[in-house]
Design a protein. Structure first.
Length: 822
């Protein structure tokens, strides 16, 4: 006897597959387990969604190959939530389930090309590039070819294979992260008291042995029962032979067990040190409302609208405390780039080591182990970026989404293209618990839900008073017209005279400056002054960005990098010059103008290494630097007392993006970065440079009137039927060659128009701003539907089923509530 089970696979086909479960696996596999299963001629790691399913008698079932996880990894609650995600965001359940697992836990297959022959006869018609690459590396993979910027088509690979030059194989890889084991001391029952250990300590000879016993006493006293040898060796510098000699005395035995890789900064052995402050009246009101709701244990969503510095974090901490007092757990979502050590520390200071952090800068092994410990119930709160909304906590009582308006909560690159804020609300609903959406500049979606009484609004319109003074006033905002500066004062560089003067003043007064330039690199592009040629990426239709540091040019889309050439490849003239200014160039110019100032740069490039982010902020926080210049990374969550000037080099960058949310996003970013100035005793000032000073956004910014601007944007959105008034779905068609992509886009358009009600409009096909990325052409359609049309996703799914098949070179991706554009 054997039974059939249902398995969801991480492939874009929305279907649960039936497999036979061999008898020997029956006891180790359950709903939520990972299993290795065959699909056509490949193997995939899937997740068991159902045991004992009904299948037709005559159906030939294939067998599960192996159990990848010994026990169920995902709870029924997460199964239900991911099922909802797959329905709402139109993707396969397996894809949504996959997003809930730590990466690297699955066994994966990959394609490998081996060099099969070096004889030149077999290498006819094969590009010298591929030949050299293979001869040098002996084997390669598609990912590797891409990393080397090699342009090799599938046809070319197939040809090389048929000529016997290379061999293509599909190989099963073991999971890239595995559990790690370590040796642990298991103290003998007779020695589990300090008295007994002190006794032995007087009998042993060596100082090292005494030292180790002291360490054991200390740990036993503090209730630590995990005594790993690696850890002991590190903390009291003893050798293995010292440990062995105490083992011989029968103090303990040495056992091998699983050990968890937890980052050092998460171990925080210090006891919580911060206590709640006395709340400001607005804070009190918010805290009372949240704590009451948490106590009631019913589903409720709050929009916490508090200006920067109004003390939102303290409100979160109070609500968390209430949840913990009821033995509930919680999730705190923060935008990826504001997940700084500064933020995490505030939670650790209150809740010690019951705080877990999950983020992408952690090593894979660490993320895996922390995830396993969360699942095992070792933590009460998980802090992380969007993916943390799927953290495997049990008994959830509270979900907090900080800076809920932030664009990084929407996953765009791959399915599931979910919005973590909306998933948070749904998860809270499924768990009958409280969800808090906090922001100084709430999204229009959230404001609209407040208006419809779906969410409860809590307002904190004032900054909290600091150290006996009245509340720090919001900073004064000045708009600097770059066109005027150029015409009247001959401005050439990126920084106007008023901005430079303001910086100089702060330097004289030993105050600090934050500058935002939302573009990394040195200058965006190199342009030939002779013929106007701008170097392009070989795989994407975008200009390369110039990086001064290593005189390289990089594609910010695919990462392709090449050295800068002296002579223009088009006209031959040695006339390349940098145009425009990125963070690097601004930093360099500042360095020349203010020779004695210490300048720090924070952007994607300067924070590549693991602790760079932390390093930069702590140097700035200590006051060891005067100016911090960076991309939007500097806009969020930073709280430094001595920052009195915030300058924005070019406000117009964000306004040019062809996305209906770009104005909203720019306003939010500018308001947020402005909030970094004058947070304590010193008054703050904000200088915004723009070529479009008449843009309505600036008048509202000047008067800190978020509500007014939000109302204006709402009327625009309503007129055009964009969210939150209508629904929107972006459909991206990508692949090669270009005419095929366009043809498929047109076929989709015809299908959509044909199958969907006439209230739905289909815009496009349109070429995106960047048409080609990694050799693939992109085209998109935008679907606008009335809000009342609730079966939209189901209908799109039906259309997906009858749409032309796509094959390996064409992809169609559905982006619910978003527009697929960069
Ligand atoms: P927000 O997250 O809204 O920007 P924070 O929670 O970071 O605000 O608070 C800003 C600063 O004010 C922090 O340094 C915080 O410790 C402090 N703070 C918050 N609430 C109070 C209070 N009630 N009394 C004194 N200080 C407070
Ligand atoms: Zn590229």
């Amino acid at each position: 006897m054997s039974c059939a089970i249902g398995v969801a696979l991480p492939i874009p086909i929305d279907k649960v597959y039936a497999y036979e479960l061999p008898e020997e696996l029956e006891h180790s596999v359950g709903v939520g387990s990972l299993v290795l299963v065959p699909v056509r001629n490949r193997n995939y790691t899937g997740i068991v969604t159902e045991m004992n399913i009904q299948v037709r008698e005559d159906m030939e079932l294939r067998s599960v190959r192996a159990a990848v996880s010994g026990e169920p990894l995902l709870s029924s609650e997460l199964l239900r939530l991911t099922r909802w995600i797959s329905r709402y965001y139109v993707c396969a359940w397996g894809e949504a389930l996959n997003a809930a697992l730590p990466s690297g836990i699955q066994s994966k297959e990959r394609v490998v090309y081996y060099l099969a022959s070096e004889s030149s006869h077999d290498w006819r018609n094969i590009s010298p590039e591929l030949q050299l690459h293979l001869i040098k590396h002996r084997s390669t993979t598609p990912a590797r070819l891409k990393r080397f910027g090699l342009r090799i088509s599938d046809q070319e690979i197939a040809k090389a294979e048929s000529q016997g030059a290379l061999q293509r194989t599909v190989e099963l890889q073991d999971p890239t992260v595995a559990t790690k084991t370590d040796k642990f001391l298991l103290i003998a029952p007779a020695f589990r008291s300090s008295a007994a250990l002190i006794d032995v300590s007087t009998q042993v000879q060596g100082n090292k042995q005494k030292e180790l016993i002291q360490e054991l006493i200390r740990r036993i006293k503090s209730g630590e029962d995990d005594l790993s040898i690696t850890d002991l060796k590190r903390s009291c510098n003893v050798s293995l032979s010292t440990i062995r000699s105490l083992e011989k005395r029968g103090l303990f035995s040495i056992v091998e067990k699983e050990s968890f890789r937890i980052p050092e900064w998460m171990r925080s052995e210090k006891l919580p040190s911060s206590t709640p402050p006395e709340f400001h009246p607005f804070q009190s009101k918010a805290v009372d409302a949240l704590c009451e709701a948490v106590n009631v244990k019913a589903f409720k969503t709050f929009a916490l609208h508090g200006v920067t510095g109004s003390g939102k974090t303290e409100v979160y901490l109070a609500a968390l405390e209430t949840a913990f007092s009821l033995d509930q757990t919680a999730i705190v979502l923060v935008p990826e780039i504001s997940l700084t050590p500064q933020t995490v520390r505030r939670f650790q200071e209150r809740f010690g080591n019951s705080v877990a952090v999950l983020h992408s800068r952690m090593a894979k092994g660490e993320r895996h182990d922390v995830w396993q410990l969360i699942r095992a119930g070792k933590y009460r709160v998980v802090i992380g970026p969007r993916s943390a909304v799927l953290a495997p906590l049990k008994n959830l009582g509270l979900i907090i989404v900080d800076e809920e308006h932030d664009g990084s909560y929407k996953q765009r690159e791959k399915a599931p293209r979910y919005h973590a804020r909306d998933v948070a609300v749904m998860r809270a609903k499924m768990n009958r618990c409280v969800c808090v959406l906090g922001s100084a500049t709430p999204s229009l979606e959230t404001l609209s839900n407040v208006q419809q009484n779906k969410y409860t609004l809590l307002s904190m319109p004032e900054r909290v008073p600091v150290e006996g003074r009245t509340a720090a006033p919001l900073p004064a905002i000045r708009i600097i017209d770059l066109c005027y500066e150029r015409e009247e004062h001959g401005l050439e560089g990126p920084m106007s005279t008023p901005l430079l003067e303001a910086i100089e003043q702060r330097l004289d007064r030993k105050e600090q400056v934050i500058l935002l330039q939302n573009r990394r690199g040195y200058a965006p592009i190199l342009e030939c002054q002779n013929c106007g040629h701008v170097p392009q990426c070989i795989a994407c239709s975008v200009s390369m960005t110039y990086h001064q540091i290593d005189r390289s040019q990089r594609c910010h889309y695919c990462g392709y990098q090449s050295a800068v050439v002296i002579n223009c490849p088009k006209c031959g003239a040695p006339a390349f010059a940098p145009m425009g200014s990125g963070t690097q160039r601004v930093a360099e110019e500042l360095g020349e103008l203010f020779k004695s100032a210490n300048i720090l740069r924070m952007d994607h490039d300067s924070t590549r290494t693991k602790d760079a982010h932390h390093e930069i902020l702590s140097v700035f926080g200590r006051g060891d630097a005067d100016i911090l210049i960076g991309t939007q990374m500097v806009a969020k969550g930073l709280d430094f007392e001595r920052v009195t000037l915030v300058g924005v080099i070019n406000c117009d960058l964000g306004l040019r993006l062809p996305d209906f949310r770009s104005e909203e996003g720019t306003f939010q970013l500018l308001m947020q970065v402005a909030g970094r100035a004058g947070r304590a005793n010193l008054p703050g000032e904000v200088l915004l440079q723009t070529r479009r000073p008449a843009h309505p956004l600036f008048a509202f910014l000047k008067s800190h009137d978020f509500d007014g601007y939000a109302r204006l944007l709402m009327t625009h959105r309503q007129k055009l039927n964009y969210p939150p008034f209508g629904r929107i779905v972006g459909i991206q068609i990508r692949g090669a060659p270009k005419p095929t992509v366009l043809e498929l886009a047109n076929q989709w358009k015809a299908l959509l128009l044909n199958q969907l009600p006439s209230t739905v409009s289909v815009l496009g096909p349109e070429q995106p701003y960047v048409e080609r990325v990694e050799h693939q052409f992109r085209n998109y359609l935008i679907l606008k539907a009335p809000k009342s049309y609730t079966s939209l996703q189901d209908d799109i799914r039906t259309i997906q089923k009858i749409s032309p098949s796509t094959g390996r070179d064409l992809h169609v991706s559905i982006n619910v509530d978003g527009v697929e554009q960069e």
